[in-house]
Design a protein around this ligand. Sequence first.
Ligand code: PGA
Ligand code: ZN
Length: 422
Amino acid sequence: LIRKVLARQVLDSRGNPTVEAEIHLENGTCATAIVPSGASTGSHEALELRDNNKSRYGGKEVWNAVGNIKKRIAPELVGKDAANQAEIDRILIELDGSKNKSVLGANAILAVSLCVARAAAKAIGVPLFKYLGGSQAITLPIPFANLINGGVHSDAPLDFQEFMIVPKGAPSFKEGLRYGVEIFHTLKTILHEKRLGTGIGDEGGFAPSISSATQALDLLLEATEKAGYSPGKDIFYALDAAATELYEEGVKIYVFKKSQNIKLPPSHLVELYRELSQKYPLISIEDGMAENDWEGWKQLTQQLGGTLQLVGDDLFVTNKEFLKKGIEEKVANAILIKVNQVGTLTETFQTVELAKKNGYRIMVSHRSGESEDPFIADLAVALNAGQIKTGSFCRSDRLSKYNQLLRIEEVLADNAIYGTEF
Ligand code: PGA
Ligand code: ZN
C-alpha cells in the first residue's frame, strides 16, 4: 500500500525543469520516476504544465505540477494498492477530469503513474519489464539510432529531423548495439575529415553542416561500409521527417525552411520518399506527412505503405482515438509510443493493444528532452514492441536506456528474442 507520495523539480537533458515523483510503500519500498519532454510536439498531446513565469528558467518551471502531486494527488493515493495500476491511473484521470490532462498536468500525472509501477515491481522483487509484460516479455527491441539530428533538434541546415541507422541484421541486441556504436564512431571520423562538424544535437546525433537528406544518407552509408557492415543486410536506415514542423496548413505545402527553402506539395513529398527508398535501404519513415494533412497521409500510405513502415507520431500522439481514425482511414501502418503524449501507463497499454489488434507495428520512443530514467527500455520489452527509438550513442540520457536493455537481455539470457519481423 502507498504510504507517501513526494515530488520535486529536477532537470532534463536540455537543462529544462521537469517533474520527478517519489513513492514510498508501507513495506519500506521506495521508487522514483522522471518525465521527459518533447520539442516537436503534436498539437493533440496531453498537456505539459509549465509555470510560465518568464523570469525563472525562461518560464519552464514545473512547481505547479509538483504542487499538484503533493497537494491533490498524494491525498487520494495514500492507502491505495500500488499493484493496481489500472485503478491508480483511473483515479489520476478522474481527479484531473479534463480531456488533455490540463488541470493537474500530464507531467504530474505521468510521473506518478510510472513511479507507482516501478514501486509495485520493486515491492515484489520482479524486474520492471517482467512486472509490466509478464512471462511473454522476451523481445529485445531493434534500436533506431538517430545519428544525424536536424529539424528543431539541432542547428544543422537539415529539414528532416532524424536520420537513423537500424542494425536489424545483428543476431542480438548487444551485437546490434555494437554495430551501431562502431558506425557512430566511424561517422565522427568521417565528419571530422570532411570538416563538416562533429557537434551534436538534442538526441546525441551529429549536427553537420549539410542540407539535404541524400547527403545525410550518403554519410550514413559511407560510415556503415567503412565500419565493416553491409547496408541492406546488417544495417538499414530510417527517417523521422517530423513533417508537421514543415507544413503550411493554409496553402497545404511543405516548406524546407532550414535548407534551400524548397516548397513541395504533398504528392511531391511522397515522390521524394519514393526516390530515397529506391536509392537507399530505407525501411521506415516516421511523420512523413503533417498531423493535419490526413489526405497527404492517405496518399503516402497508399503508395508506399506496402513496402515501408510508416510511423505515426504527431499523427496519433499515442492516443487510441487518433489511432482509431487512422485504422478507419487506412493511414500509416505503425505507431510511435511516447508515454508522455497520453499521460498514463494504462492508456499507453490500451493504445498498444488496439494497434496490435489491427496489425500496426509498435515503436517505443524517448523524447528529445530526456533524463537518466530508463523506464522506456523496460516498457519496450514489456510490450514486445520489437523496436525502440532512443537516440544516438552518446549522452547518458540516451545511453541509460541502451544500458538497461543490456541488463534485461542478460536477465532473459537464452529466452531473449531480438527485434521484429519486417
Ligand atoms: P520530440 O521529438 O521529443 O521533440 O517530439 C521526437 C520525435 O519527433 O519523434
Ligand atoms: Zn517524431
